[in-house]
Ligand binder design. Structure first.
Ligand SMILES: Nc1ncnc2c1ncn2[C@@H]1O[C@H](COP(=O)(O)OP(=O)(O)OP(=O)(O)O)[C@@H](O)[C@H]1O
Ligand SMILES: [Mg+2]
Length: 276
């Protein structure tokens, strides 16, 4: 699914250069569950941002499903992000003035899914994540764990094949953190590829494949057992979703466009804040 070759990311800071990623080579297969650990500043977020097309490597190639995605235009990359990749961040990054349900709905609006269908999918996800009674609450009316569930719902409402989570439990107490990880693992069992950056060794150990980064390099890459789908888990119906999508025209009204703009502006903005 993912093939990184000789990836480097160098940041220019004044007249200094920070080598955040150094000659990274990495292959990730469909359906894997991977944790990424390592000291602060070792390049974990830089790697995740690059995998999520939020950042470009200085050199090297990144193939996602046999497409060299570094060569795509901004617009094409945005499209890959919308349809193939879901992000979960440490600081949730929900749109503050929108309800939980509306936050989850945003990617569907972006993809031009019609309102009735959007409502069906949002309702289903709220149920799956046990936050049905919180759909009309704004983020500031939710607990941390509930906010992260909303963020996970938003990241997965488009049924992406890849979920990238950067310290998703970093702002949660242990119980809510466990909860959130279980939700992510459930999605992985249903077939989504899952990459989790964490500082928590206990969480890191849960992954079937564990990567360690130091100074921008991968220093360890351990597999405890081959990644395999849990046959008892109900598979997510991505074919169904795709079929639905194709049936509907782009129906972006003015309000949707406004929400969308706010959504798009907010994610990169907060991402920059994350690095402080
Ligand atoms: N936008 C940027 N501009 C300049 N330097 C950056 C930028 N983003 C990251 N860096 C530098 O790149 C290196 C790797 O940063 P990164 O955020 O990937 O680390 P990390 O492993 O995620 O750390 P943490 O565990 O603290 O989140 C650090 O030295 C950091 O200072
Ligand atoms: Mg980080």
């Amino acid at each position: 699914m993912i093939e990184l070759r000789d990836i480097n990311r160098v940041f220019d800071v004044g007249d200094e250069q920070v080598h955040a990623l150094q000659d990274i080579n990495l292959d990730i297969a469909d359906g894997e569950y991977i944790s990424i650990m390592g000291p602060s500043g070792s390049g974990k977020s830089t790697l995740l941002n690059m995998l999520g097309l939020l950042d470009q490597p200085t050199s090297g190639s990144y193939r996602l499903n046999d497409t060299n995605v570094t060569e795509l235009s901004d617009r094409e990359q945005a499209n890959v992000r919308l349809h193939n990749i879901g992000f979960v961040f440490q600081f949730f990054h929900l749109v503050p003035r929108l309800s939980a349900a509306n936050n989850i709905e945003l990617p569907l609006i972006l993809a031009g899914i019609e309102p009735r269908q959007r409502q069906v999918r949002v309702t289903r996800l709220l149920e799956q994540l046990s936050i049905s009674d919180r759909g009309q609450h704004r983020p500031d009316q939710l607990s941390g764990g509930q906010r992260q569930r909303v963020a996970i719902a938003r990241a997965t409402v488009m049924q992406p094949e890849l979920i990238l989570a950067d310290e998703p439990t970093g702002n949660l107490d242990r119980a809510s953190g466990e909860d959130v990880v279980e939700v992510l693992e459930e999605l992985n069992r249903a077939g989504m590829t899952l990459l989790v950056v964490t500082h928590d060794p206990e969480l890191g150990r849960r992954a079937k494949r564990r990567i360690r980064m130091v100074d921008g390099c991968i220093t360890e890459d351990i597999r405890s057992e081959p990644a395999q789908a849990d046959s008892t888990a109900e598979p997510l119906t991505s074919e169904q979703v795709q079929a639905e999508q194709m049936r509907f025209d782009n129906l972006l009204n003015e309000e949707a466009l406004e929400q969308l703009q706010e959504y798009q502006e907010q994610v990169p903005y907060n991402l920059r804040n994350d690095r402080s």
